[in-house]
Design a protein around this ligand. Structure first.
Ligand SMILES: O=C1O[C@H](COP(=O)(O)O)[C@@H](O)[C@H](O)[C@H]1O
Length: 261
């Protein structure tokens, strides 16, 4: 994508350090956004690395610097399961952090599930989420001004529920789509699309663990977004790859920065 800053890569000594440092970075970014604009807006990710960051934030004294009542929360994707299902991304985020901070429930924009008004019709549920995004968007835009959009990176370089070579990763018009037949369970999901991801001010890709090394190297070495959806994720102001040492292991030497302590 032209006209965007090049991705920045930060390598942390361990997965735990990556989670704690990213949590601190998130606090700083949210506090700055709130002091400049009154509110802040974050898109959460599911997965092990995203939940690790939320758990680190819950455990950090810095969390009290955020005005949680003035934070809008959205999701990058959701596993299309009934509310409260332990495999839903929002259930896991609530357990890791959201249940322990004083959020305004009206600002928590979970994606629907099959127990909601759309039943098994995941395409309608995704369209409803796209409409919710549009309702919260500034005039003339289709998505809210996301300050930070978090993305876990799967071992196959998927982000959100945009899997390699899938129809969802090819979507260029809609901002949220239904996904069927995902290669990772559960097969039915809702996902933001690359156009929605690219509307965020900052996009942070989280990858810790050996199983992410191939995906990080592929995405950062010029692969196309159909093959490596993570390669297509970028923020308007900043794209940050936040890795641990194991996930950085296969990066070409010229892309591998010193380990940050
Ligand atoms: O299923 C999903 O997986 C990805 C990556 O998860 P991880 O456990 O391999 O880190 C996640 O980003 C996505 O939100 C989720 O629905």
């Amino acid at each position: 994508m032209t006209g965007r800053p090049e991705p920045q890569v930060v390598v942390h000594p361990s997965k735990e350090d990556m989670a704690a440092t990213t949590a601190a970075r998130l606090v700083t970014t949210l506090v700055t956004a709130q002091s400049e604009g009154g509110t802040a807006s974050v898109v959460l990710t599911g997965g092990r690395n995203g939940n690790g960051v939320l758990a680190a934030l819950a455990a950090s004294p810095g969390r009290d610097a955020v005005d949680w009542s003035r934070l809008d929360l959205w999701w990058g994707d959701e596993r299309y399961l009934p509310s409260g299902d332990p495999d839903r991304n929002d259930t896991q985020a609530r357990a890791a952090l959201l249940d322990s901070v004083p959020l305004d429930p009206a600002r928590v924009h979970s994606m629907p599930g099959p127990d909601g008004p759309h039943g098994a019709d995941v395409e309608s549920a995704a369209a409803a989420y796209a409409a919710e995004l549009a309702d919260a968007a500034p005039a003339g835009l289709a998505t809210p001004g996301f300050d930070v959009l978090l993305l876990g990176v799967g071992p196959d370089a998927h982000i959100a529920s945009l899997f390699p070579e899938s129809p969802a990763v090819r979507e260029t018009e809609r901002f949220a789509v239904g996904v069927r037949g995902a290669p990772k369970p559960p097969p039915t999901r809702i996902s933001l699309t690359l156009p929605a991801v690219r509307g965020a001010r900052e996009v942070w890709l989280l990858a810790a663990g050996e199983d992410k090394a191939g995906a990080a190297a592929l995405s950062l070495s010029g692969a196309g977004e159909l093959q490596a959806p993570a390669a297509g994720a970028s923020g308007r102001d900043r794209t940050l790859w936040l890795l641990d040492r194991a996930a950085a292991r296969e990066l070409p030497a010229d892309l591998r920065p010193p380990i940050s302590s």
